[in-house]
Design a protein around this ligand. Sequence first.
Ligand code: ADP
Ligand code: MG
Length: 693
Amino acid sequence: MNNGSKEILKKPVQYLKGVGESRARLFQRLGLFTVEDVITHFPREYEDRGNLKSIIELWDGETCAFEGIVASQITETRLRKGLTIYKLLIRDHTGMITATWFNQHYIKNVFTVGEGYVFYGKISKKYRSIEVQSPVYELVKDGGMKNTCRIIPVYPATTNLTQNVIRSVISNALEQVDGKLEDILPQNLRNTYKLCEINYAVQNIHFPGTEEDFKNARYRLAFEELLLLQLGLLSIKNALGESKKGIQFKPHAEINEFVDKLPFKLTNAQKKVFEEIQKDMESDKVMNRLVQGDVGSGKTIVAVLALFKAIRNGYQGTLMVPTEILAEQHYKSIVPLLEPYGIQVALLTGSQTKKQKAEILEGIKSGRVDIVIGTHALIEENVEFDKLGLVVTDEQHRFGVRQRAALSKKGDNPDVIVMTATPIPRTLALILYGDLDISIIDELPPGRKPIETYAADNSMRERINNFIRKKVQEGRQVYIVCPLVEDSETVEAKSAMETAERIANHDFRDLKVGLIHGKMKHKEKEAVMKGFVEQDINILVSTTVIEVGVNVPNATVMLIENAERFGLAQLHQLRGRVGRGQHQSYCILYNESKSDISKERMQVMQKTNDGFIISEKDLELRGPGEFFGTRQHGIPELKIANLYKDIEILKTAQQAAADILKEDRLLKKEENRRLREVIQEKFKEKMNALSLN
Ligand code: ADP
Ligand code: MG
C-alpha cells in the first residue's frame, strides 16, 4: 500500500471516529489493534435487508425487510409487572402488519404517523394476524439506510460491543482508506484469474452493494489468502532446497539383498516410494519428503530401507515417534531386521533410567550406535550425534514444525522423511505440508481382509458380548477403547479403570482382562503390552494410548465405547489396530448420540476402510482448523478462506502460485515485491523455526 494508506493502516483503533479508550479496549479483546485489523475483521455472516418485500409477500418465520407507512400511534399495554408491550400498526398498499417490542420504552417516541420507514425483523403469522418482532427500522426520507435496505454484515462481536457499533466503526475505517489501498496482486494476475481490485473487494466484503459484489469480493480475498499461503510454503521449500547443500548418498548394492531377504515382497507402491526417496538421497539437495499411506500400508519398512542406505553410507539415522509404546514396538521389529547386517540400533525414551540413558547417549555421540529410535526425548539438548544423515519422524501429526526442525539441527543438513498416520487429500497436503515433497503409498499389502465395521447401541450389548466371547474362544484377542475425555488424562484413566473393573467382574468374569492407560508408569504399561502380545491377556481395556501404531496381529476385535466422541480420523486409526493378521477382523462402534454428524460418522466408518476418503469426510464434518491443528504446522491463520469449502479456489490458487514462481522464482520482480514482503511477514514464525532468516 502506498505510504499514505500505510500510515493510516498502522494507526491504533482510537484513531477512528467513535472509538475512545474504553471502546478501544473492547476492540482489542477481539484482537483488533490497528485500522488494518479493523478493515480485515471480516463478517461472519450477512443479513439480506436489501430485498424489500410488500406486506402481503411476507412469510411466517422468515427474517426480512419491508417498507411501510406508520398507520397509528404506538400503543402501550402493561401485561404484568415488568412486562410492557408496545404495538405499532404499519401499512402498505397490500396490507397491514403489527410491529411489537417488549419493554423497549424509548420506542414510544420514535415514530411519526404517516411517515414511511423500512423495517427488518422476524415475521410471525398467526390466524389472521401478522407481526414483526422487535424490528430494526429506518426513516425512509433520511435516506441514510445504514442498517436496512442492503446486505448487512454480522461480525464476530464481544460483550458491550454491539453489531451497530462495530458496523459504524468499520464503515468509518473504510471511508478513511477508500481508494488508498494498494493492491498486492499484480494486474496481470488479476486479469488472468478475474480477480477484482482490492479497494472494491474490501468495501464489498463488508458492505456489499449486491450479492454479485459480495461474491466477487469474497472470491478475490479468499484467493489472495490461499495464494499467499501456497506461495509462502513453496518459497520455503525452495529456500530449504537451495540454501543448504545436503548429503549426496551413494547407491549401495546390499540394499537389494536386504530387500530380497525380507519376510515379504514389497508392494509396488512401496517400491515406487522408496525409489523416490533414493533419488532424493542421492541428489545433493536436502530431502524433505512426506510419505503418506493408509494405516497398515507398510510405511515403516520404507523408512527402514532409507535408514539402511544412510548407514551403509557411513551416516547415522534416527526415527522419532510420538509414544513410548510405539518406539518400543518399532525397536523390537526393526532390530531383528538389521542385526544380521551388524547395524546397531538403540532405543531412547523419557522413562529410561539415568544410567541406561547415559550409555545410549554416549553411543550416539561416539557413533557406536547407528540408528536411534525414540520419542521426544530425542530432541533434548543432551542428545548429540556423531554423524546424523537421516531423520525420520513417524505419525507426524503429533509433532510440530519446530520439533522436526530441532531434530534436524542435530546433524549437518540431514535428509528428512516425515510419515503421516492419517492420510489426507493431496490438495490439502500441498498446503499443510507445502514445504515438503509428497510420496503416496496407495496400496495395501496383499491378502488384507477389509475390517467389518458395525455401529451399535447399548441395547445390543448382550449380543456383542457373546460375539466377543466366541472370538476369544477361537483364540483371538480384543481391544476395548474407553471414551475420549478431552484435556483430562486423569478422568480418562479413571473411566478406563472403571470399565476394566466392570468387564473383569461382570461381563467377562471368565476371561483375562488387562488395562492400559496414560497415567500408568512406563514399566506397568510395558508389562501389560507384553502380556497382550504373549496372549496372557484376552481383552485389553485401553484409553487412546493405543491409537497409534500398535501391532498385535492376533487381535481381531476393536470395540470403541462412546465412539461419538472421536473424530473420524481417530476412529480410523483405532480401527487400524486390528486387521493386521490372517483372521477376519471387526470393529464395533458404540454410539449413544442421536446427532446427525455422529450418525454420519458411523455411516462413513461402516461404508469404507479407505483412509483418504475418511479424512476427506472428517474434514467436511469438522472443518479444517480442528482437524489439522493448522497452528502446529506453522501456517498463518486463515481469515476468510476455508480449506474445505474453498477447495476449488485452493486448486486455482495453487496453480497460480506455481506459475508465478516459475517465472520469478524468488519473487524479485517489481510487480511481485509486495507479495514477497507480505509472505515474509506472514511466515516469519515458520521461517524462524526452520532457520531460514
Ligand atoms: P503403517 O503404514 O501403518 O505404519 P506398518 O509399517 O506398521 O504400517 O506395516 C503394517 C504391517 O504390514 C507390518 O506388520 C509389516 O510388517 C507388514 N508389511 C509391510 N509391508 C508389507 C508387504 N509388502 N507385504 C506384507 N506385509 C507387509
Ligand atoms: Mg506406522
